[in-house]
Design a protein around this ligand. Structure first.
Ligand code: SF4
Ligand code: SF4
Length: 154
């Protein structure tokens, strides 16, 4: 059984080691953020909210209504409807149930016209699940419907 002196030496050694780690990290640059006042810069390849941004040159959707994204989605959360035939065909519905989306990116990869894309938004949480149904209008806006974090610090 360790003597009182040995136990005291062990405790002091533990304290010195712990303080050493603390002082080492005090000198290092911060990696934490004051969220939600400070936001994280995500990678350009970040899988955030999905969007269908309107083509800035033509003002129209880039979607050619090929249904490939709807077909490939493993969560079955994309719902597309269209009217008309051939070049006259227009989208009447393009909904994504973001609460079911697993952010796998298959829809983005399969899209031949880069009509469906990921955005860098990661603040799509909501208290109402119904708000996670993104319609064509929401997807055009390419932004969260109801960002919860508003930068309020008490
Ligand atoms: S990211 Fe994956 S789960 Fe989400 S809509 Fe696209 S294919 Fe479906
Ligand atoms: S894969 Fe692209 S072009 Fe085809 S329906 Fe989906 S978003 Fe539209």
């Amino acid at each position: 059984m360790p003597s009182l002196l040995q136990r005291t030496a062990q405790a002091v050694q533990g304290l010195v080691t712990g303080l050493g780690v603390t002082f080492q990290n005090l000198a290092r640059p911060k990696v934490t953020l004051m969220y939600p006042l400070e936001k994280s810069n995500v990678s350009p390849r970040w899988h955030g909210l999905l969007a269908l941004p309107v083509d800035t040159e033509t003002g129209n959707d880039k979607c050619i209504i090929c249904f490939q994204c709807e077909r490939i989605c493993p969560s079955r959360c994309i719902h597309i409807e269209a009217t008309g035939k051939g070049k006259e065909r227009v989208l009447t519905r393009f909904d994504i149930e973001m609460d079911k989306c697993q952010y796998c990116g298959l829809c983005v990869e399969v899209c031949p016209t880069e009509a469906i894309v990921f955005t860098p938004h990661y603040e799509a949480s909501t208290y109402n699940r119904a708000n996670l149904l993104y319609t064509l209008e929401d997807l055009h806006r390419a932004a969260p419907k109801e960002p919860v974090a508003r930068g309020i610090l008490r």
